[in-house]
Design a protein around this ligand. Structure first.
Ligand code: GTB
Length: 235
């Protein structure tokens, strides 16, 4: 979806009338992403959801310093990205933002009440059960110079492998977690993607294929290209 604009905090919107449009969606993203546009920062999950929902959006780019200043802290108490603004509503936490989008637009949650509840369960499972050891791996890498890290790293990898074994068994040869693609898959694929550089995902071919299926969705590609365009410009 090409109908969005990237602009820096405090700069003028692309078109002044956009300010007057009801319910314009604005999200925040890193002004400079540490990953240089690999799509690992969490604005990518929100962009992807908005693309799946066919919703135009604007992106306000924020610096690390601006994220800790009062204007941004009023939107995000922890001084992070992404945030989501729509009319009077301001949200933070990627899972909550994706759920909000999925609830209001067709295509990201099943209509059947029980299937919908199961999809929400899997959204929580992605961020509460599968993501924590994956995040721990990132932290362990950042703290690679610590003496105890040599002993810690295998333990972290074991915890990840344990979760991937369980997820792989559950998924089997299904395309998606529970029937058709949903916000649950969007969240789970996004979480698993962070393992790409480690090679651990390839130990489970069905999970590697699952992630590749997610990445090949046109909405994912549009979201990825949009964030890459920001950081490619800034290199
Ligand atoms: N639980 C929150 C959510 O899901 O929205 C977590 C949000 C969060 O971690 N935001 C990060 C942030 O703002 C960016 S996404 N960090 C700055 C800070 O805390 O000061 C995490 C992230 C950052 C960078 C990469 N990368 O470079 O690969 C990947 C993921």
């Amino acid at each position: 979806m090409k109908r969005h604009f990237e602009y820096l905090a405090n700069s003028r919107p692309f078109h002044p009338n956009l300010r007057n449009l009801a319910m314009t969606i604005t999200i925040t993203a890193f002004e400079r992403s540490p990953d240089g546009g690999k799509g690992l920062a969490r604005d990518m999950r929100v962009r992807w959801a908005l693309e799946e929902a066919g919703q135009p959006y604007e992106v306000r780019l924020v610096s690390f310093r601006a994220m800790k200043e009062p204007a941004h802290l009023a939107l995000h108490p922890f001084g992070q990205i992404p945030t989501y603004e729509e009319g009077d509503l301001a949200l933070f936490e990627t899972g909550a933002i994706v759920f909000h989008i999925a609830e209001r637009h067709a295509g990201l949650l099943p209509v059947d009440a029980n299937a919908r509840a199961r999809a929400v369960t899997w959204m929580f499972a992605a961020v509460n059960t599968v993501e924590p050891p994956i995040l721990e791996l990132g932290t362990a890498r950042l703290e690679g110079d610590k003496l105890w890290n040599k002993e810690r790293l295998p333990l972290v990898k074991e915890r990840i492998r344990n979760r991937l074994d369980q997820l792989s068994t559950y998924l089997g040869d299904a395309d998606w977690l529970d029937g058709a693609f949903s916000a649950a898959d969007l969240m789970m694929v996004s979480v698993l993607l962070r393992l790409n550089p480690s090679g651990i995902l390839d130990e489970h071919p069905n999970l590697a294929a699952y992630v590749a299926r997610g990445e090949s969705r046109p909405a994912y590609k549009r979201a990825f290209d949009a964030q890459l365009a920001v950081y490619a410009r800034k290199r």
